[in-house]
Design a protein around this ligand. Sequence first.
Ligand SMILES: [Zn+2]
Ligand SMILES: [Zn+2]
Ligand SMILES: [Zn+2]
Length: 379
Amino acid sequence: MAAEAETMIRDYSWDTFTNHELVSQPRNLTDYGANTPVIGDDVYPDSMTLAWNCMENKLVQMLSEYLVRKRNEALQSRYHLLLRLLFQIESETDSRDPFPAPGDILTDPRIEALIWDTPYDKRLGDSLCKSKLLEYLPSIIDEWRPAKIQEVLEILRTGRPSATVSDLHLATSVFACSSCTVKALHYPQMFYHRCCHQRSLTSSRSDHCLDVYVPFWFTKRPLGHWMSSTLVYNDSGSQDIKKVIEACNLDPETTTVDDLHLANPLIECLSCKTHGRRHFMRWPYLPIQHMGHSFQVNSFDTEMTQILAREIPSHDRKAICCAHCHETFGLKTFELHAGVLGIDCDTLTTDLLHIRKHLYWNSRAIVPGSSRPFVYVKA
Ligand SMILES: [Zn+2]
Ligand SMILES: [Zn+2]
Ligand SMILES: [Zn+2]
């Protein structure tokens, strides 16, 4: 129906209406109650009125549907454009600082006014939308970030009542998601964890907003608000990490996630050893796959060289970020980037401490680490 109305409007001519099937019928148009005006001595049927009376109800319905469809198309293209620009801006920011979810930004009253109050026939261009996002984002983030960090801190305090914001960075501050199987999330990984991102939007315009936003619900990434409701403090994961830190001769009270990445301890799960097959991993995998198992760290004596020869380097091209441009890299590709920046490093994997100020681990990566778990069997 709306498509028919669109055709009639685009190809408008008088014949479009008078020849429409609702008008051009065997019945006499006057049967529909049209006026028959008298001009001079001649009687002319008021054909416009006749046509209108025949079509009024259906035409009004068609035009209403047409207008709703055109409005929704305009709104959806604006949401689409803003989301694309938002992802681009987000990818250029420092992932160590929590970034609001799309729904937290798109429901800002100023952004909603841009989307909903600009006349629907006016096209919003990339540069206007980007400048508006860049103008509004700082104040959105200033309000959103401290509130959400406080929510995460309150969850940490369920296990450690005296914790402060700086404790969120500790390697022993381990969280789990109650909605999926992820048992280890460190700050600020939870801000990029899928289950914490909702699909729906709630706003002052929610009735219309939900209708228009529906097509975006089925994208890979949920585009609603960030919520902490599925997060819990993982005490046993924290105890496992504490043992790893102590095995590295570090202090669990002060060792941060970055410190542990730099120490990069090698761990063997003793519980999973079967028929001479020994399971090794770097620390980020311990609470994920071997929580509550017994393990040993870094003490493999004469076999260390043979064990390390079996290690599988991570090919995650988003494992680390450049601290200068925030672009993501794999460990190998960052060596090249470091060279371009004039950073002096030979082999990144053995030189991490030296260049730590030039990189950081990407909290947006699923499991940031230098290698994947592997099995070693003595030859
Ligand atoms: Zn989850
Ligand atoms: Zn295990
Ligand atoms: Zn860079």
